[in-house]
Design a protein around this ligand. Structure first.
Ligand code: 13P
Ligand code: SF4
Length: 301
């Protein structure tokens, strides 16, 4: 039996839903019930009526699904699939920073642990970071953990942002040199980048958008060629949605931990009902408030 067919069989048996991020390998995007960005996945996890959520993405995404819908069994097929940027912020150091700036409100990019979210006033994704910051009362914001996203938000707000020194190694590998070379080869192509990219990379792009925001941008654009400054498998989703357009990827833009989820470990997870995401109930209560506030604010791009 093909692994895809076995997954369908197990999904029916377990009443499971498969949620996959836009950076998952093509085979997984093709069998998922929902493919999207972090915000879309959090919304989908919060509203699903399935008994089991198989989360194909990295640790903080699976944790958020559990926090938002705690009565469901959330399976994360490979526990080692962790976002290195989320690991760059720790709750102890965050508490110390909060003590130094008691007037500041804390915005946690969803790429954080549940412990860091629990210390925060509100969460955001790259889709709604500007909208979230501008919706807050304070004019001083501690923004964790991505300094590039913090600097992107700073461009669109009057408020003062105190950035945390974290970054995404995958988006850091997207350089001005690589994009310039692609632009030379395809002068008619529009450059779209993710807000996790460095400021000088954002400067040379037509637009910086969340992964789902890129889709919305392309849908509304009359252009036919696009240079995609984010993780390379995003282009699988784009090609499926827009078969008559052409997309170019950036060499080396791979998120290795996203690739740890495979058809085989999805099968194993559904067969054994492990690894299951489990979190302390009191921690989930504290992390839920900022996540729910983010969902209430909604999409920004
Ligand atoms: P999106 O929310 O735009 O999908 O981004 C998630 C992420 O981890 C980007 O590196
Ligand atoms: Fe984390 Fe970067 Fe991978 Fe996104 S692309 S999951 S921020 S390491």
């Amino acid at each position: 039996m093909r692994p895809q067919d076995r997954i369908m069989e197990l999904k029916r048996e377990r009443n499971a839903v498969i949620l996959a991020h836009n950076y998952q390998i093509p085979d997984i995007q093709d069998i998922a019930d929902f493919v999207g960005d972090s915000l879309g996945l959090a919304m989908e996890a919060a509203r699903t009526t399935a008994d089991v959520i198989v989360f194909c993405g990295v640790d903080f995404m699976a944790e958020s699904a559990k926090v938002l819908n705690p009565t469901k069994v959330v399976l994360h097929p490979e526990e080692k699939a962790r976002c290195p940027m989320a690991a760059m912020c720790d709750p102890k150091a965050l508490r110390l920073l909060k003590r130094d700036f008691p007037r500041a409100e804390v915005v946690a990019y969803v790429n954080t642990s549940a412990e860091c979210k629990a210390e925060s006033d509100v969460c955001c994704t790259s889709s709604n970071a500007v909208k979230v910051v501008n919706a807050l009362d304070s004019d001083l914001i501690i923004f964790i953990p991505d300094e590039n996203l913090a600097s992107f938000v700073q461009r669109s707000t009057e408020k003062d942002i105190i950035p945390w020194p974290g970054y995404c190694p995958t988006h850091d590998a997207i350089t001005v040199e690589k994009l310039s070379k692609l632009k030379e080869e395809h002068p008619g192509a529009v450059i779209l980048v993710h807000p996790e990219c460095r400021p000088e990379v954002i400067d040379m792009a037509e637009a910086a958008r969340s992964t789902e925001g890129m889709l919305n941008y392309i849908r509304d654009s009359p252009k036919t060629e696009f240079i995609i400054g984010t993780e390379q498998d995003m282009v699988h989703r784009l090609k499926k949605e827009f078969p008559d357009r052409t997309f170019y990827t950036v060499t080396g833009a791979v998120c290795p931990t996203m690739k740890l989820i495979t058809l085989d470990n999805i099968i194993a997870a559904l067969e054994t009902m492990t690894p299951e995401v489990t979190l302390d109930p009191a921690l989930m209560e504290r992390a839920k408030r900022p996540l729910q506030r983010m969902l209430d604010i909604g999409r920004g791009d």
